[in-house]
Every structure is written in C-alpha cells, then in structure tokens.
Design a protein around this ligand. Structure first.
Ligand code: HEC
Ligand code: HEC
Length: 459
C-alpha cells in the first residue's frame, strides 16, 4: 500500500510545473502510521509507579512545548526520566535529538547503538526512558498489554479502541497475541510513524539554492563528495556575483550569505569553516561519527584542563563508566560515544583501516547531527551543554584551534580545517537560521514574490 501511494505521488510530482523537491504529501496517513502517531503521544505506557507519566512526545515534542516551538525534541540539555524513587531527579544520558529525518538513518542514537528503528523503540518502551529499571521489562510488557486491551477509544480523537486499530492496521489481535508480539507490533507502528517525519525542504537555504540554480544536495551515492559540491557551489556563486545577480529569498541577507560561504568554504579558500566536510546537504549530516571535542570539554570542565587527554591515554576496555555522564566525584566516568560499540561488527571501520587507528578514531565519537530546524532544537550537542547556536559554534572554533595547534591530537582530522574566528560567529549563526523550514505554503511565497538581489559588497 505504501508503495502504491508513493508511486501515485511521484506521478503527481511529475505533473507539477514548479516542483522544488516537495515531499509534503497531504494524503490521509496510512492506518499503521496513524496508529503509530497515537502510540507516540500516549502517556499510559510509562511505569505507573513513577512520579509522572511520559510518552515519546514528552521528550520528542512535535510542535510546541512548555518553552515554545519545538521540532521533535524537548528544551532540556538532558531529558527528565520518570522515576519510581521518591524525590529522585533522573535525566537521560544525552540530549534528545530531533526525529525529523530519523527514518533515513542507518545508525540510531548519538553513539549508533542501534541499527534498527524498531529495535530502538522496543527497548525505549520497556526501558529507562519510560521509567522502567533494568530487570523490569516483563512489567513493562504487562503494562503495554493491559493498556492496549482495556482501551475503549475514549482518549483518541477517532474514538476507536486500540484493539480495533491494531486489527485494521496490522492485522494483530490484541487479545490473543503474546506480549512480545504486541510490543513488536507497537514498535513497528511507531517506527512507521517516525519514518514519515521527513524534512520538507522548505528552508531559506533551499529557496536560495533554487533561485540561484544550485543543486541543493550532495549525491554521495553517485560519488559526489562534499568537496565537489563546494567547488560547484562556489563556481556558481562567483558567476552570479560577477553579474551582480546573487538572488536571495526574503530575510536572507548579506550576513547569512557570508555565513554560507564560511560554512561551505573548504581548505585553501578565503573563508574556511569546513563545516560541509561533515554537515553536508541536503540534511547537513554525513551520518558518520567523529570526535569533535564535546565530551572532552565537559570532562575537562569537571576535572581540569588536559584531564580528558590523560583519561584517553589510560583507557582500557569499554565499561559502564565509558558510556556515562561525566561526574565530578568519579573521574572514571566519561562518555566515549561509538567507541563502546566499536567491536569487530562495527560497520564504521573503513576498508583496510588498521584496528588501532579505528579504535582511536572512535573514542568520544558521536554521530553528526542533521542541521534541520536548528532554531527549534536547542540546546545543542550530545550533552546539551550549549544553549545557543553561537555557543555551539564557539565550541567548534575552540576545537578547530586545538586541533591545529596539536593541543588535542585525538580530534577528527577535519577539525583542524575548521578555521573560524569570533568575527565569523554572527554570520555562521545567521546562516544556520536559514536552515529552519518555513513549511510548504510560506515556501511558495519565498521563491515567488519574496525575493531580492544581494547588493554586496562581495569579498
Ligand atoms: C525520557 C525522554 C525520552 C523518551 C520518553 C523517548 N526518547 Fe527517544 N531519545 C531520547 C534521548 C535522550 C535520545 C538520545 C539517546 C542517546 O543517544 O543515548 C533519544 C534517541 C531517539 C532516537 C534516535 C534518533 C537519532 O538521531 O539517532 C529515536 C528514533 C527516538 N529517540 C525515538 C523515540 C521514540 C519513538 C520514543 C517512544 C517510544 C522515544 N524516543 C522516547 C529521549 C527520549
Ligand atoms: C569533523 C566533522 C565535523 C565538522 C568539520 C563540523 N561538525 Fe558540527 N558536529 C559534528 C558532530 C560529530 C557533532 C555532534 C558532536 C557531539 O555532540 O559530541 C556536531 C554538532 C554540531 C552542531 C549541534 C547540532 C545539534 O543539533 O546539537 C552544530 C550547530 C554544528 N555541529 C555546526 C557546525 C558548523 C557550523 C561547523 C563548521 C564551522 C561544523 N559543525 C563542523 C561534526 C562536525
């Protein structure tokens, strides 16, 4: 059925005269997707003995949260976990990522622990995120079963009981399937819903690319590299600048344009942010893992400058402590990201890469996050330690400098090419703002009557 709708949609796209890669289907959602969305927002699956109840949507807040507009993330550096202990305030290990684009990922979580969305959802529904302690997953399964079986549809907009919805959407009989099968079916529906949360490609950056006839994406599958992309982009821009005809959508000003050049500027160029090396379009991620110095900054802030370097030098096998929030009282605790999963089965090992080099490269390596709607996903980085985009950019500036001055040899080599100064921060922040999606209707306005020509001066 999904395939049928997709092919109909493709047919419709082909008829559109002006089709700026729109992916906003308006069709009614498929039954499994609608079920998944309902499960996503239902707070009755968390541990009923906890201080508060929670759902996926509590931490991955779809549109608006208590502190304003959001994009499938909350506003906390680390999210609050419902706990059954009185008075205990527990938080997640890391910052909740946005779910926009998550359906396209091949590795999930900041450290790539999961390679399947469904496996991740199964674990979260029966784990700490939902207030369950290790060893309580049987209770979690009972709770899910009880809620689904007893539901009378009262809380749903459709008023359809879960049992009927599971039957229609997945041909699952809630009363007779095993608890494990019920969890699997729920996870399948939720994963199908999450997979629909695609970017709409309606940011001012998309409009800018459209207006200046720049292919807004890097086609890695076709062997197109970020460096090729940067070359093409700058070739086109130089041409437009020469003819005084760099076009821009409403509110895309010279500051944002300067930021764009820094962002895409690679080794040997006048502006050199080298951001594109890891954050490449269309989603502004390479979906790979790098040590960009974030874990180290947090560790050093607690244990003194240089202490993370010493910690890494003395590192032994992965343990609970190497996948932990750093703690002033316990220097053995640090977050080493994908290193915890860098065993022989890790798909991230490059062909022919020496084991020692791979292990070193994966220490404190985290997934490059997509930069989609950055204004709605603060605070930033895996630990949520950076409140504003400017703070996040200053972290990049410091890490770039440390890598160049060889003060930190554990950082990803591409960081040495991140050569930005305090003067570049406002421009880069302005460019990041051009990555916020405005939605299909406003986008049409952006590329139609909201355009202007940038008047320079071009440096
Ligand atoms: C208590 C807060 C909380 C709840 C509840 C929660 N999540 Fe998350 N979610 C997080 C955090 C934090 C992470 C990052 C985990 C990590 O890297 O250690 C995450 C990661 C993810 C990811 C990986 C995204 C990526 O970019 O790799 C997906 C997908 C996801 N959650 C979906 C869900 C779904 C679906 C549910 C409901 C079944 C859910 N989450 C419930 C906080 C939460
Ligand atoms: C070597 C690869 C690499 C380069 C180069 C790089 N980044 Fe990143 N970026 C990452 C990774 C990995 C993270 C997550 C780090 C973490 O949380 O530990 C990240 C995080 C971010 C975040 C936080 C996003 C969020 O949702 O939390 C922003 C903003 C960002 N980068 C912007 C930039 C900009 C702008 C540049 C260029 C000045 C740049 N990056 C250069 C890999 C890179």
């Amino acid at each position: 059925m999904g395939r049928m709708i997709r092919s109909v949609w493709r047919g419709f796209m082909a008829l559109c005269v002006m089709a700026p890669m729109a992916s906003w289907a308006q069709d009614a959602p498929l039954p499994a997707v609608a079920l998944g969305e309902r499960l996503f927002g239902d707070v009755r699956f968390s541990n009923p003995g906890s201080q508060f109840s929670t759902s996926c949507a509590s931490c991955h807040t779809p549109v608006t949260g208590p502190k304003g507009p959001r994009s499938f993330t909350d506003s906390e550096p680390r999210s609050l976990i419902p706990s059954s202990e009185k008075g205990a305030k527990l938080t997640t290990l890391r910052n909740a990522p946005t779910l926009i684009g998550a359906g396209k990922l091949t590795r999930f979580d900041w450290d790539g622990q999961y390679d399947s969305l469904e496996a991740l959802v199964r674990d979260k529904m029966t784990g700490v995120q939902f207030g369950w302690l290790p060893g309580e997953s049987a209770r979690a399964l009972d709770e899910i079963h009880t809620v689904l079986q007893n539901d009378n549809g009262e809380l749903a907009a459709t008023k359809i009981p879960y049992a009927a919805e599971f039957k229609t959407a997945l041909d699952v009989d809630v009363a007779s399937v095993s608890r494990d099968e019920l969890l699997a079916a729920s996870a399948k529906a939720i994963a199908e819903y999450v997979a629909t949360l695609a970017p709409t490609r309606s940011a001012r950056y998309d409009a800018f690319a459209f207006l200046n006839r720049i292919n807004p994406a890097v086609a890695v599958a076709d062997g197109d590299t970020p460096v090729d992309f940067a070359g093409r982009l700058f070739g086109r821009l130089m041409n437009q600048e020469g003819r005084q005809s760099v076009k821009a959508p409403l509110d895309f000003d010279m500051l944002a344009y300067k930021g764009l050049k820094i962002f895409f500027g690679i080794d040997g160029m006048e502006h050199q942010g080298n951001c594109v090396a890891c954050h490449y379009p269309p989603d502004f991620t390479d979906n790979l893992f790098h040590n960009t110095g974030v874990s180290g900054e947090e560790y050093d802030s607690l244990h003194g400058p240089g202490s993370f370097g010493k910690y890494l030098a003395n590192l032994k096998a992965p343990s609970d402590a190497t996948r932990a929030r750093p703690d002033k009282a316990d220097p053995s605790k640090a977050d080493l990201g994908h290193w915890n999963f860098a065993g022989p089965a890790s798909p991230l090992r490059k062909e022919g890469e020496a084991e020692e080099f791979f292990q070193a490269r994966m220490r404190a390596a985290f997934k490059t996050p997509a930069l989609l709607n950055p204004a709605l996903t603060d605070p930033y980085m895996h630990n949520g330690a950076y409140a504003t985009t400017e703070d996040a950019l200053r972290q990049k500036m410091r890490a770039g400098q440390a890598a160049r001055e060889s003060k930190d040899t554990t950082l990803d080599p591409e960081m040495a090419l991140v050569n930005i100064s305090e003067d570049d921060i406002p421009a880069l922040a302005a460019f990041l703002n051009m990555l916020n999606e405005v939605g299909p209707d406003d986008y049409r306005h952006l590329i139609a009557d909201g355009t202007h020509t940038l008047d320079g001066p071009f440096e």
